[in-house]
Design a binder for this molecule. Structure first.
Ligand SMILES: NC(=O)c1ccc[n+]([C@@H]2O[C@H](COP(=O)([O-])OP(=O)(O)OC[C@H]3O[C@@H](n4cnc5c(N)ncnc54)[C@H](O)[C@@H]3O)[C@@H](O)[C@H]2O)c1
Length: 479
């Protein structure tokens, strides 16, 4: 495969003559394996998780929240184009192309944990045959492919990279929930250790997925691109969150501000919220911070953005406390219903979800927490059993918090809430899903991220819940 021309690779793909081993069959690896199998390759998925491998081989697709994946997966498995195994080196030894899709989290000290990549590289090195091409789709810091992964592959295989096997970085850019669509539509950034590696990988992705490819100088540039786009987002969300907290106090509505700013051609709207979650945005900055410190550079803005976004769950708890006080209640002893636990709408993933911090802090402060998330009905999440229905979660509750804007929460029935909640009750909207005036006119105490509380209070609403608004008192203490 390495050093093969574009037409050779297309011919082999059409003839079903390319074998691919995808190492790591999670959120990124499983759709990758499925798409290449659908394109005509023979795909062997390798994962250390025995239960996952057994379940995939019995045709059960784990990612039911990925549009189009379960159907495509069933088809390619039934056609015998995709199998799974726990024997990584063995699978690699029969492959022309090896695609690494193992996790790259950060540890509790926020240091990148490359141990999964390290273990996978050793297993791949042991099975690697001459002329293979290794593609690193896992997100890593600039230089990690060249200085960490490549030496392991060379030492364990006894082969020389750039001579006897090819190596590229092709960091995945797809978004959970839309991964199949994005893998075909979002251009692939491919940077190899030599031009032959880049060309071989580019031809494969173009031919198999029909996706555009952007060829870049080397693996470190490919990873710098992936990190820059994600950090750009993290920093901009931090800026939106900073404005949101400030404007709540200044009596300015952040959403009105964003709408106004959006009328200028060069403004890019970013919205405030309860913090930033998922496997990528909260972790990716640390891959760059570590590499930055190695060369004596302190990335102030990137670090500060992380601090601001990490502080948002605490701000949400302040908003909940303030709203409950307005309703004449205290946080301690109140029943609070969290709607939405996953970090993203319509996706079953709670990795680093800001709602975990909110939930833990509410329990610590003496509240009773009920939760509901349509993706996790009946499961225990963050130590609390998720209710089976929205109704069960909010019945008799003192405060409802919108944490993730799943479709089910897009048109909440406030009239029904008036009858169901333990009035006077509070609503805290971290996703700007509700019209604040509407919430207040229904008689609820209200708080929203970036929404100043006094702005929508009418005298009618005041008398309904007996509100006494003192902006200075908010956030100073939680009771
Ligand atoms: N999930 C996303 O939204 C997303 C988006 C873009 C990029 N990425 C990046 O893609 C990479 C993979 O992330 P993911 O979300 O698919 O992770 P995941 O946790 O969903 O899946 C990883 C899989 O790798 C397996 N694994 C771990 N070590 C292994 C080893 N040594 N050999 C074989 N299998 C092993 C695990 O058992 C698991 O099934 C990460 O670097 C991540 O940052 C993720």
């Amino acid at each position: 495969m390495y050093a093969e021309t574009r037409s050779e690779s297309r011919k082999r793909l059409l003839e079903g003559d390319i074998s691919i081993c995808v190492v790591g069959l999670g959120r990124i690896g499983l759709p990758t394996a499925t798409l290449f199998a659908e394109a005509g390759a023979r795909v062997l998925g390798a994962d250390i998780n025995q239960d996952l491998v057994a379940s995939l081989n019995s045709q059960k697709c784990q990612l039911t929240d990925e549009d189009g994946l379960p159907e495509m997966f069933s088809k390619v498995v039934a056609e015998g184009k995709l199998w799974a195994t726990t024997h990584v080196s063995e699978a690699v030894s029969s492959a022309d192309v090896i695609i690494i899709c193992v996790p790259t989290p950060v540890d509790s000290a926020k240091v990148p944990d490359y141990s999964y990549v390290e273990a996978a590289s050793h297993d791949i090195g042991k099975g690697l045959k001459p002329k293979s091409l290794v593609v690193v789709e896992s997100t890593v810091g600039p230089g990690i492919v060249e200085d960490f992964i490549m030496p392991i592959l060379e030492a364990d295989s006894g082969l020389k990279a750039g001579l006897e096997f090819g190596l590229v970085s092709c960091p995945e850019r797809a978004d959970p929930g839309k991964i199949i669509q994005h893998m075909k539509e979002i251009p692939k950034i491919i940077g190899g250790i030599d031009p032959q590696s880049t060309e071989a990988a580019a031809s494969l992705y173009e031919n198999a997925l029909g996706v555009k490819v952007v060829r870049v100088s080397d693996p470190k540039t490919a990873n710098a691109i992936k990190l820059t786009e994600n950090l750009f987002r993290d920093v901009n969300i931090a800026l939106a969150n900073e404005f949101a907290v400030l404007y709540e106090r200044l009596g300015v509505d952040m959403i009105e501000v964003i709408k106004g700013c959006s009328t200028k051609y060069n403004f890019m709207p970013h919205y405030p919220g309860p913090g930033v979650g998922g496997p990528c945005l909260p972790s990716n900055p640390y891959y760059l911070i570590v590499e930055s410190l190695k060369v004596g550079n302190i990335p102030h803005l990137i670090r500060l953005a992380r601090e601001i976004n990490d502080a948002m769950p605490d701000h949400v708890v302040d908003l909940i406390s303030g709203a409950l006080n307005d309703a004449g209640k205290t946080l301690k002893g109140s029943t609070i219903s969290l709607l939405g636990l996953s970090y993203k709408p319509e996706v079953k993933d709670i990795q680093q979800s800001p709602m975990e911090k909110v939930l833990v802090e509410l329990l610590r402060l003496g509240a009773t927490v009920r939760s509901y998330d349509p993706m996790y009905k009946g499961e225990v999440v963050f130590g609390v059993k998720v209710e089976d229905t929205l109704q069960a979660a909010v019945e008799g509750s003192d405060c409802v918090v919108i944490g993730t804007l799943h479709k089910e929460f897009e048109n909440l029935n406030l009239d029904a809430f008036v009858k169901t909640l333990n009035m006077p009750a509070a609503i805290v909207d971290t996703r700007n899903a509700l019209d604040p005036g509407d919430v207040i006119n229904h008689g609820f105490a209200y708080r929203g991220v970036g929404r100043p509380v006094g702005k929508w209070i009418s005298s009618e609403a005041d008398t309904k819940v007996g509100l006494v608004i003192d902006l200075d008192k908010r956030s100073k203490s939680r009771s």
